[in-house]
Design a binder for this molecule. Structure first.
Ligand code: ADP
Length: 525
C-alpha cells in the first residue's frame, strides 16, 4: 500500500514544502499536518502546541467540514483523552480501536467526528521541551501498522528538526513580550536570580527602591542587597527554593545609598524568559511599620495619660470619704464607695490594656516577686465581694491546703483573678454562686474560678481568649472582649496556661496554672 519509496517521497515532499515556507511555525506546522494526513489517507487530525507552563498554546487542525464539532473533540482529547496521555507520558500512543478504547471520549452522534477507526498520538519534542502533540485518526480499525508508525515518527523528528527551533524561538519573543511587560511594570520590586542566588535581572521598581542602576545589580549575589534572615529555613533557604518551595520572610534591604529598608521578601523558583530562575518579590513595609509604631505609641500614650487623672479622682474620693465619715446622710458613703470602686475598676482596665501591649511585644513580666497565693486570692475576693453582694450572689472561698509561694508580678496576677471573678459575677444570674479555689497540682499551682452562668459553647472555648472575641448571648452584658486576652497573655508570660471547662447551661470553670517557686517556704493557711 505504502511502499518504502512512497514513504521517502512523501517525507521529502513535506520537508521541501516546509523549507520553502516563511518561518512562521504555525503555517509550517499546518502544512506538515495536511501533507502527512494526505500521505497516509487520513482526514482528521490535529497538532496541539503547548507553552512552557504546559498550558495549551494553539490547536491546528486539518481542514474539516465541521470544524466546531471537531474542536470539541480535540479539547476533550486534551483534557481527558489521547492528547493528554501523550503530553503527560511523553510517549507515542496508538489507539487500535477508538470505539472501545477508554482513552477515546464518547461524543454525541455527529457524522463529522469519527466514532470508529484507529488513532495515533505522537509527542513533538525539541531539546527536551515538548512543544506539541500530533494526532491522526483513520476510519479503519488497526490502521497504524509498524511501518506507518515508524514513518510518522521520522516525520515528527523531521518537523522538529526543521521548525522545532522556530517554534521555541518564535514562541519566546511572544512570551517574553508578555512577561516583560508584567515584570517591568509590576508595582512590586522584583529581582530575578539564578538558582545560586546571583542577580540576573531586576525590574524598574526594584532599581528605584534599591537606588541601583540595573547593570550594577547584575551579578551581585542576592545576599548583597538584603539580609537573608534567620528564620527556620535559615541556611537551607536556597535548598528549599531549589526544591520548589515558596519562602517568605521579613528582612532588611540595603539600598546603594540612604537608610535600610524593612521589607517582606517572597521568593519562588519560576520559569522566566526560558530560564529556570528564582523570582524575589520585595515589598517595602516601612510605611506600614511606621504606622504600626505610631498607633502603638499613641495608644500607649493615651492609656498612660489616663492613669494620672484617674489616680487623682481616686485619692480625692478616698479623702472625701474620710472627711465625711460623720455625715448624717447614709447615701453619701454608699455613693462614695460606688465611685471609688468604679475608679479602681477603670484603673485596672487601663493597666491591663497597657499590659496587653507590653506582653504582645514580647516584653518580660515587670515586677516578679515571691507572693503568697492565699493573700493574693483573698485580696481579689475582697475586691469583688461588693459587686457580688449587689447581685445577691454567694462567694465561696475554697482553699484548705497548704499552698506554696509563687514568683509573680502580684499586681498582674491579681488583675487576672479579679477579671475572672468579675466575669463570673457579670455572667451569673441574681442569687448565683461563685467559687474561688486553689490547689497544688503537677504543674505547680492551679487556681479555679467557677460560676453558675450560661456556660460557654465548645467551639468558643479557645476563641474567647483572643482579643475582641465574645460569645453572642441573648441580653449579654456589655464588654470589649479584652479581659480574657489579657488573662491569657499574663498567665502565659508567667509560664502557666489558662483554659475553660464548661457545659452550656451548667456554668463555667476558668482554670489557670502557675509554676511554683520550689525554694520558697510553704505557707500554712
Ligand atoms: P468581655 O467580658 O469584656 O466581653 P472577656 O475577654 O472578659 O471580655 O470575655 C470574652 C467573652 O467570653 C465574653 O464576651 C463572654 O462572651 C465570654 N465569657 C467570659 N467569661 C464568661 C463566663 N464566666 N461565663 C460565660 N461567658 C463568659
Amino acid at each position: 500500500m505504502f511502499s518504502e519509496r512512497q514513504r521517502l517521497d512523501a517525507l521529502y515532499a513535506i520537508v521541501k514544502t516546509m523549507r520553502n515556507q516563511d518561518a512562521n511555525p504555525r503555517t509550517v506546522l499546518q502544512t506538515a499536518l495536511t501533507m502527512t494526513g494526505q500521505a497516509i489517507g487520513v482526514q482528521h487530525g490535529c497538532v496541539v502546541t503547548f507553552r512552557k507552563d504546559d498550558r495549551v498554546d494553539d490547536i491546528l487542525a486539518m481542514k474539516s467540514a465541521e470544524p466546531e464539532a471537531e474542536r470539541k473533540l480535540w479539547l476533550r482529547l486534551i483534557s481527558r483523552g489521547l492528547i493528554g496521555f501523550v503530553h503527560h507520558s511523553r510517549r507515542l500512543i496508538v489507539v487500535r480501536d477508538i470505539s472501545t478504547d477508554p482513552r477515546w471520549p464518547r461524543l454525541e452522534e455527529n457524522d463529522a467526528v469519527p466514532q470508529s477507526g484507529s488513532a495515533i498520538g505522537l509527542p513533538m519534542e525539541k531539546n527536551g521541551y515538548m512543544y506539541g502533540v500530533l494526532v491522526l485518526i483513520h476510519p479503519q480499525v488497526d490502521h497504524f501498522s509498524e511501518e506507518i508508525i515508524e514513518w510518522l515518527a521520522s516525520v515528527v523528528d523531521t518537523i522538529s528538526a526543521v521548525i522545532g527551533s522556530a517554534v521555541v524561538l518564535n514562541a519566546t519573543p511572544k512570551d517574553e513580550g508578555h512577561y516583560r511587560w508584567l515584570f517591568e511594570d509590576a508595582v512590586m520590586p522584583i529581582i530575578i536570580t539564578d538558582l545560586d542566588g546571583y542577580i540576573v535581572d531586576a525590574n524598574r521598581r526594584a532599581c528605584e527602591m534599591l537606588r541601583y542602576k540595573r547593570q550594577d545589580l547584575l551579578k551581585l549575589p542576592i545576599s548583597a542587597i538584603h539580609r537573608m534572615g534567620t528564620g527556620p529555613i535559615g541556611a537551607n533557604r536556597f535548598e528549599s527554593l531549589q526544591m520548589g518551595h515558596e519562602v517568605e520572610f521579613r528582612s532588611t534591604a540595603w539600598p546603594s545609598e540612604g537608610g535600610d529598608i524593612p521589607v517582606t521578601v517572597r521568593a519562588r523558583r519560576v520559569f522566566f524568559d526560558d530560564y529556570d530562575v528564582i523570582a524575589w518579590v520585595e515589598q517595602d513595609i516601612s510605611a506600614q511599620m511606621e504606622l504600626d509604631q505610631l498607633r502603638q505609641d499613641l495608644t500607649a500614650m493615651v492609656y498612660h495619660d489616663l492613669r494620672g487623672p484617674l489616680h487623682t479622682v481616686y485619692s480625692s474620693l478616698s479623702t472625701l470619704g474620710r472627711l465625711l465619715t460623720n455625715s448624717t446622710q447614709p447615701a453619701v458613703q454608699d455613693l462614695l464607695q460606688v465611685g471609688i470602686r468604679s475608679t479602681r475598676q477603670l484603673s485596672r482596665m487601663i493597666e491591663s490594656l497597657l499590659d496587653i501591649q507590653r506582653l504582645e511585644e514580647g516584653k518580660a513580666v515587670l515586677d516578679p516577686k515571691p507572693t503568697s497565693v492565699h493573700s493574693l486570692l483573698a485580696n481579689a475576693a475582697q475586691l469583688v465581694q461588693p459587686l457580688a453582694s449587689e447581685s445577691r450572689q454567694k462567694l465561696i472561698f475554697n482553699m484548705l491546703e497548704e499552698l506554696p509561694f509563687i514568683t509573680c508580678d502580684a499586681d498582674m496576677i491579681l488583675r487576672v483573678v479579679t477579671n475572672l471573678m468579675e466575669n463570673a459575677v457579670k455572667y451569673s444570674p441574681m442569687g448565683g454562686t461563685i467559687k474561688l479555689g486553689a490547689e497544688r497540682s503537677s504543674e505547680g499551682i492551679r487556681i479555679v474560678v467557677s460560676d453558675s452562668g450560661p456556660g460557654i459553647p465548645k467551639h468558643m472555648q479557645r476563641q474567647i481568649f483572643d482579643k475582641f472575641s465574645r460569645v453572642k448571648y441573648k441580653d449579654a452584658p456589655k464588654g470589649l472582649g479584652l479581659g480574657l486576652a489579657f488573662c491569657r497573655l499574663a498567665v502565659e508570660a508567667h509560664g502557666g496556661t489558662i483554659w475553660v471547662e464548661s457545659e452550656p447551661g451548667e456554668g463555667s470553670a476558668f482554670i489557670f496554672t502557675l509554676p511554683v517557686d520550689e525554694k520558697a517556704e510553704p505557707v500554712r493557711v
